[in-house]
Design a binder for this molecule. Structure first.
Ligand SMILES: Cc1cc2nc3c(=O)[nH]c(=O)nc-3n(C[C@H](O)[C@H](O)[C@H](O)COP(=O)(O)O)c2cc1C
Ligand code: SF4
Length: 646
């Protein structure tokens, strides 16, 4: 066995677990509007349990549907009416050999009136969350007593529903975390102030849970052991908290970090390195003897194995990695780790969709959250010859899914390597994880029998010569170059040219026109190479097309860089090296005189091949940027959708 620590059986409390791979709680918004478990949710968890994880800690179940909801379709555990659904959930997970705990949560000040039906959120003290900007009110002591009982009754229901344990959510800035932290707890009664007082609420909850559930039911706590806000909890104080929790009888501690105001540390975007916070788990493990779970950008089995082997933790949580590839554990156990479809930390499909009040999805796994409706392993009724044009994310997905459904598939890519835009997008600062997705297809396409024709620009003739029954056109987009009066190509190029390396700029005065994600990234890329960069954006804000958490980090990086930013500034004309612009605040035009101009003004679809093939093949699909320029997330879904229709 290549990963002896990862696949060693483990134990938490009295619960035996088949290996050390834990799926941490991750909200899906797949519940009903009234908090019930839905068939979609069952299918989602069944699929993940089938993938071989040892333990699934089911997402944050709400202990107070009226006051504590942090999502609109969060599952709930505050009434016996939820027992049948929760029982079904525990059963589907157990049926696949995994153990399961239920996380129980109250959102505290990190709720908004849109999730609490207009109620003002509650907290230890009236300290608003800067991320959400909503002023909470302080809980009364009577309400605190009621909540102790609500948490305990929720734990009892988890037990009655057949779960093996509960995880009390005291992390990520939600209610119980708020009580623990001096950053959010400003009370002057017995629930605030001193360390003991801040801990009191959580300890009362744990004591009451133990009274109700008995000894053989696992009770764990998730902590944000570093809050990463000034005056917030640090590892040193969290070690004291962990000691107190162990003394109170908790069976494990899940060592997470961050609150909404430091959200990039909770659900890290691409710029965070793999396993970067394993030291936090280690810090807790050093002071307790109960099992500790590590989490945070653990993507490759060898990284997970190392965290365990080096004694940082007893279990590793693979969160988004299991949204992206539910079979992560099986593939690692069987020595097929090169077949793992790794999470690339884009945050677009999972938390990005949740922030937009959608359901869990994934940019690299088109089936995530849709397991009930698509059977990814179903074969097509008839084998057909399918031609896919374009080896970007959409085309590669279409080719793989079509091949997995039993079709004969030919994939044409005009470049000498697969990946399309992913290849050079990965050259922007901290975007190298994008290449994992390309490597996945490089492994899987040949394995599934796809004929990959690299360096082959498909024409209507070459496509039709193969006599395909279906053609999927994923020919991508071309960067937009605006029509200015006298653009001199010797001084101007596109962001793609820069990232691709076909234009190399160093130590130059450069104007980047367009401050969307690509413009911001190329500006940083150029600044890193010693260029003096001015970034011109007509909107009042940069990177408005970025996913929320990714944007926070991108703007931070820009702020820390030498890039000079001009927002609310419209590029009116370019003549040679002269850039004429107009600021919203000034009716007169002004000029910049850079040595080079880089355009990052979006792309336009390449649909010529699709148009030429129209009416000439039985089934013809247009997907991804060739249909309309958007994100990897959309291209991948459309690739899968087209392939399932063939
Ligand atoms: C979509 C999504 C929902 C999440 N919901 C929860 C949750 O309900 N409770 C919780 O404790 N953590 C939640 N998290 C945090 C994860 O459990 C995990 O700590 C985090 O994603 C980092 O681990 P990873 O890099 O393996 O994904 C969520 C993360 C994501 C991506
Ligand atoms: S959407 Fe992106 S961050 Fe989320 S699980 Fe999928 S690849 Fe990972």
């Amino acid at each position: 066995m290549q990963y002896p620590h990862l696949f060693a059986p483990g134990k938490i409390g009295k619960c035996s677990i088949r290996n050390r791979v834990v799926m941490p709680p991750m909200a899906t918004n797949l519940g009903s509007a009234f908090g019930e478990v839905t068939p979609e949710l069952l299918a989602y968890y069944r699929r993940r349990a089938q993938g071989g994880v040892g333990l699934i800690i089911v997402e944050n179940a709400q202990v107070d549907m009226f006051q504590g909801r942090s999502l609109t379709a969060q599952i709930a555990v505050d009434s016996d009416k939820f027992l049948p659904g929760l029982r079904a959930l525990a059963e589907v997970i157990h049926a696949e050999g995994a153990k399961t705990f239920l996380q129980i949560q109250h959102g505290g000040r990190q709720c908004t009136p849109s999730t609490t039906d207009g109620l003002q959120p509650v907290a230890p003290s009236p300290v608003p969350c800067k991320f959400l900007g909503v002023m909470p009110r302080a809980l009364t002591k009577e309400e605190i007593r009621e909540l102790v009982e609500k948490f305990a009754q929720a734990a009892l229901r988890a037990r009655l529903a057949g779960f093996d344990g509960v995880e009390v959510h005291a992390a990520h800035g939600y209610l119980l975390n708020e009580f623990l932290s001096p950053y959010t707890n400003k009370r002057d009664d017995e629930y605030g102030g001193s360390f003991e007082n801040r801990l009191r609420f959580l300890l009362e909850i744990l004591a009451r849970i133990k009274e109700l559930v008995g000894e053989d039911f696992v009770v764990g706590v998730r902590l944000s052991v570093e809050e990463f806000v000034p005056g917030g909890l640090t590892l040193a104080e969290s070690q004291e908290i962990a000691r107190a929790l162990e003394a109170s009888g908790v069976d494990y501690i899940s060592a997470s970090c961050g609150i909404y105001e430091s959200v990039s540390t909770i659900i890290e975007p691409m710029n965070f390195a793999e396993g970067w916070r394993a030291h936090l788990a280690r810090g807790i493990k050093e002071v307790v003897s109960c099992p500790v779970i590590a989490v945070g950008v653990i993507r490759h089995p060898e990284v997970a194995e190392r965290i365990l082997a080096e004694g940082h933790a007893d279990f590793v949580a693979i969160g988004r990695g299991l949204i992206a590839d539910p079979d992560w554990a099986k593939k690692a156990a069987w020595g097929r780790e090169r077949e793992i479809n790794h999470c690339i930390s884009c945050n677009v499909g999972c938390i990005g969709e949740l922030f937009a009040n959608g359901k869990v999805r994934c940019a690299v796994n088109p089936w995530a959250g849709r397991e009930l409706f698509f059977d990814e392993r179903a074969r097509a009724p008839e084998r057909k010859r399918v031609v896919v044009v374009g080896g970007g994310p959409g085309g590669m997905t279409a080719a793989l899914v079509a091949a997995q459904r039993g079709h004969e598939v030919h994939l044409f890519e005009k470049e000498k390597a697969l990946g399309g835009q992913l290849r050079f997008a990965a050259r922007a600062p901290h975007k190298e994880k994008l290449l994992w997705f390309v490597e996945y297809f490089e492994e899987m396409l040949p394995k599934t029998g796809v004929s990959v024709h690299l360096g082959s620009e498909a024409t209507p003739e070459t496509v039709l010569a193969l006599k395909p029954q279906a053609v999927i056109v994923a020919s991508g987009g071309t960067p937009v170059i605006p029509e200015f009066s006298s653009l001199d190509p010797s001084f101007a190029c596109t962001a793609w040219d820069v990232l691709r390396g076909s234009v190399v700029l160093e130590e130059k005065d450069v104007v980047v026109v367009g401050g969307g994600v690509v413009g911001c990234e190329v500006a940083l890329f150029l600044a890193e190479r010693g260029n003096r960069v001015t970034l011109v954006e007509m909107l009042s804000h940069l990177a408005v097309d970025a996913e929320v958490i990714t944007r926070i980090e991108l703007l931070k990086a820009l702020g820390a860089s030498s890039v000079h930013v001009m927002t609310s500034t419209r590029c009116m004309d370019v003549e040679g090296r002269r850039v004429v612009y107009l600021c919203d605040a000034d009716p007169r035009t002004s000029e910049l005189h850079p040595e080079y101009i880089v355009f990052a003004m979006g792309t336009q679809p390449n649909r010529a091949l699709f148009d030429a093939l129209s009416g000439k093949v039985q089934e013809l699909f247009l997907i991804g940027d060739a249909r309309e320029p958007r994100k990897i997330f959309h291209a991948v879904y459309e690739g899968a959708l087209a392939a399932t229709q063939v």
